[in-house]
Design a protein around this ligand. Structure first.
Ligand code: 13P
Length: 251
């Protein structure tokens, strides 16, 4: 069955104590008020992961890293491996976020390795795709998303593919307050699903495809109402526990 997922990407926000306090607040609201059909994920900075994992109810709130290394271990100063994330309690890892692609030069070739590394260490990749504004304006967005999807995921075995979650995040909607319309989101989500079905068959009908980009309590319902939108990857609104809860309950 296709899973509903709402994941909060905290990006480089919160000091250690602020992060733990936010996790505690989210955990309390999720236990008391959240729709139990929704898988809730929080993705704090690396430094907070272990403690966040300890303070939340591990059956209700799952923890994600925001990136992982291409290598397993060794002399790679400053890197965090998939195994380290797993050993600190993470179940998920966000990979290929547009901020990683644009500010840190992450390519589809590199992300293909990261996705495999995450799977090797039992992390569920939340693999992000999405076009920049110029690509959409040039009507290239389908090609860009096709390439990001094919180059990174099409080499996976069917078993591994079934573990992957995808997030469509139009870059022009991230942190801008400009959300994709429900029709735009559905169009791309269906495009991604059809592409995945062409490669992996029926299994792709169970893939969760999340929407990200200025998703908030006021627009989550109309986005999540679409047939191929299975949840959200939330930035700014995930830093406010009440807003995050409202998005979780927007299905
Ligand atoms: P915003 O929700 O702040 O637009 O960020 C979206 C995002 O990048 C989540 O990964």
């Amino acid at each position: 069955m296709r899973k509903k997922i709402v994941a909060g990407n905290w990006k480089m926000n919160t000091t250690y104590q602020e992060g733990i306090d936010l996790a505690l607040e989210i955990n309390k609201l999720v236990i008391e008020k959240a729709n139990k059909d929704v898988i809730v994920v929080v993705s704090p900075p690396f430094t907070h992961i272990s403690e966040v994992n300890k303070v939340v109810d591990n059956d209700r709130v799952f923890v994600a890293g925001q990136n992982c290394a291409t290598e397993t271990s060794g002399a790679y100063t400053g890197e965090i491996s998939a195994e380290m994330l797993w050993s600190a309690g993470a179940d998920f890892v966000i990979l290929g976020h547009s901020e990683r692609r644009s500010y840190y030069g992450e390519t589809n070739e590199l992300l293909k390795i990261k996705v495999k590394k995450a799977l090797e260490f039992n992390l569920t990749p939340i693999y992000c795709v999405g076009e920049v504004l110029a690509e959409r304006e040039a009507n290239n967005h389908f090609d860009v998303i096709k390439e990001q999807t094919e180059k990174v995921l099409f080499d996976l075995s069917k078993d591994d593919f079934e573990k992957v979650v995808i997030a469509y995040e139009p870059v022009w909607a991230i942190g801008t307050g400009k959300t994709a319309s429900p029709e735009q989101a559905q169009e791309i989500h269906k495009f991604i699903r059809d592409l995945l079905v062409s490669k992996f068959g029926e299994a792709a009908k169970n893939t969760s495809i999340l929407y990200g980009g200025s998703c908030k309590p006021s627009n989550a319902k109309e986005l999540f109402a679409n047939a191929d939108v299975d949840g959200g990857l939330i930035g700014g609104a995930a830093l406010n526990a009440n807003d995050f809860l409202a998005i979780i309950n927007a299905f």
